[in-house]
Design a protein around this ligand. Structure first.
Ligand code: ZN
Ligand code: ZN
Length: 117
C-alpha cells in the first residue's frame, strides 16, 4: 500500500502566460505579446487588439461581442466594444439626422435610440 499521491490536481504552468486572440474571418491567431510588451496596455490588451483589428480589417476578432449601432433609415452604422460609445454614436446620429438607430448586442439585446423630440 502506497500513499504517495502527489497532488495531481495542480493546473499546468503558464496556462495564462500570454493571452491569445483568434479571428475566424482571418483564419488566424495572435498572442497579445505586442500589446503587452510594446504598447504596455496591460489588462486592456484584448481591447486594444480588438480596436486595432477593427481599424485595419474592418471587423472584430472572435472573442469580442461588439455593440452594433445601425441606422434604421440610411443603414449607416458602426461596431463598438462597449455600450457607451455605441450609444453615443446612436445619439449623435439621431441628433444630426433625425433617424432612429438600433443598438444590438449579441443576438438577444436590441434597443432603439428614437428620434423623438
Ligand atoms: Zn480578423
Ligand atoms: Zn441615418
Amino acid at each position: 500500500m502506497s500513499d504517495q499521491f502527489d497532488g495531481g490536481n495542480r493546473p499546468p504552468d503558464g496556462i495564462d502566460d500570454t493571452p491569445t486572440v483568434t479571428c475566424s474571418r482571418c483564419d488566424a491567431e495572435w498572442d497579445l505579446e505586442y500589446e503587452l510588451e510594446t504598447l504596455r496596455v496591460g489588462n486592456r490588451a484584448l481591447e486594444r487588439f480588438a480596436l486595432d483589428h477593427k481599424r485595419h480589417t474592418g471587423h472584430f476578432p472572435d472573442e469580442v461581442r461588439p455593440w452594433t449601432a445601425v441606422c434604421e433609415r440610411c443603414s449607416d452604422g458602426d461596431e463598438f466594444l462597449s455600450e457607451r460609445p455605441a450609444r453615443r454614436w446612436a445619439e449623435t446620429h439621431t441628433r444630426h439626422t433625425g433617424h432612429s438607430v438600433s443598438l444590438e448586442h449579441t443576438d438577444t439585446e436590441t434597443t432603439v435610440v428614437d428620434a423623438g423630440e
